[in-house]
Design a protein around this ligand. Structure first.
Ligand SMILES: C[S@@+](CC[C@H](N)C(=O)[O-])C[C@H]1O[C@@H](n2cnc3c(N)ncnc32)[C@H](O)[C@@H]1O
Length: 256
């Protein structure tokens, strides 16, 4: 997949940074010595961790050069590391592993979650938030548009949709045997979008990326126009011209 685009992602920084705020509020650690922000992106979640744990060594980790470039500019006092989470294990002495909106991109993320939690010493915390939205129209419409049109039959498009997350109960069975305490919740945010085009812009920074990567540049504009037409049909306009984007997310806070 092509590199992430930090500027596109940050077009909705306020909305995208609310879930990590809500996640941090539930972390039962008064102090931390070493904190990792896994899939730190442009540093928006890292900044929250620095504010919550001002005395900690806060390290951001990401596989995207563009995201890391922005994160380093934003927080020159922090260390940022380029690495792939699928093969990464936290070093000894880690108090908190924080991952906002990154684990849903990993193949077999359940195995990675278990490995990370296992690597923590007793009292260490793994705190994770993942979008749980693959059944929302905004996501199912990507596949519907991909299935009809001049691009239909492109195998990369057929493989572009993210898989659904396991149910919260499955995370309980997966992580509770390794946890002294486990807190799981699921929330539907109602993001207020300026219009239907804003929904398209939002997902150009995340779930649309694998679809757009699969198309040659000449077809991308037509694909996006077809997607926008579908979004207009499926999301109503509110009294003030804005559009609500329901966005379910699942949260996990595990204490080793
Ligand atoms: C949706 S952004 C989240 C950014 C930030 N944590 C936030 O709270 O908004 C997901 C990030 O996960 C990173 N990512 C995806 N797969 C990864 C992997 N296998 N290893 C490391 N980082 C990964 C992406 O590069 C991207 O920066």
């Amino acid at each position: 997949m092509s590199d992430w685009n930090a500027n596109q992602y940050l077009k909705f920084e306020d909305e995208r940074t609310r879930p990590p705020r809500d996640l941090i509020a539930q972390i039962p650690l008064a102090r931390a010595g070493r904190v990792f922000d896994l899939g730190c992106g442009p540093g928006n979640s890292t900044e929250l961790l620095v504010a919550r744990y001002p005395d900690a060594e806060v390290i951001g980790l990401d596989s995207s050069p563009d995201m890391l470039r922005q994160a380093r500019e934003r927080l020159p006092q922090c260390t940022f590391v380029q690495a792939d989470l699928t093969g990464w294990t936290p070093p000894a002495g880690t108090d908190l592993l924080f991952a906002n909106a990154s684990f849903q991109w990993l193949p077999d993320h359940e195995a990675v979650l278990r490995r990370m939690l296992q690597a923590l010493a007793p009292g260490g915390v793994l705190a994770v938030q993942m979008p749980d939205n693959v059944d929302e129209p905004a996501l199912t419409l990507m596949s519907a548009v991909a299935a009809h049109g001049p691009w239909a039959g492109n195998p990369a498009l057929a493989a572009a949709a993210r898989l659904p997350l396991p149910r919260p109960e499955a995370y309980y069975d997966l992580l509770k045997p390794l946890s002294a305490r486990l807190d799981i919740w699921r929330t539907v945010y109602m993001h207020v979008m300026e219009g239907h085009g804003a929904i398209v812009e939002w997902f150009k920074g995340s779930a649309l990326r694998p679809f757009l990567d699969a198309l040659d540049p000449a077809m991308r504009a037509d694909f996006l126009a077809a997607y926008l037409a579908q979004i207009e049909q499926h999301y109503g306009t509110r009294h003030d011209g804005r559009v609500l984007l329901p966005f379910p997310r699942v949260f996990l806070v595990a204490v080793r």
